[in-house]
Ligand binder design. Sequence first.
Ligand SMILES: [Zn+2]
Length: 166
Amino acid sequence: MEHLPLPLHLSIHFILAVLVGWLLGRRFNKPALGIIAGLLGGFFIDLDHVLEYFLVFGPHFNLAYFLDGRQFLASSQVHSWFHAWEYAPILLLLAWLLRKKKAVMVFIIVLTVGGLVHLASDCLINQYPFRNYSLLYRWRVNFAADQILSPEQYQEFLNQKKYFDS
Ligand SMILES: [Zn+2]
């Protein structure tokens, strides 16, 4: 599905998350808080893959299965609940409503920007169209992998599925 090795892919997310967090945090005089929020929004956002794994397989964790993305192959669905553009306007509105509590506001802003940078870099790295990271779009197609992936990517998905099933 993706052609960049996973450690490199994750390193890109990690470095961008720290950079966004530090730069934005520094702008608000809260660099440490910025780095924490940047990492949560820009790196730990991927924990929804773990959540998806447990919802498909129950409480039996197998790291190799997880790294193969078998939660997607077994269900033929891609939920990725945290990966959605739609959260950004909601979170930014929340940040504005909480603007009197500066630390909370900064935390939410950096979390949001970190998440947006993560989604944009995922789209570029995985060659996904931007609509893939719309939760409304995924919900409309019932989170079906065959709708979300391009025909070539879906063929590769099926090949992997066949490989693991045999
Ligand atoms: Zn991601």
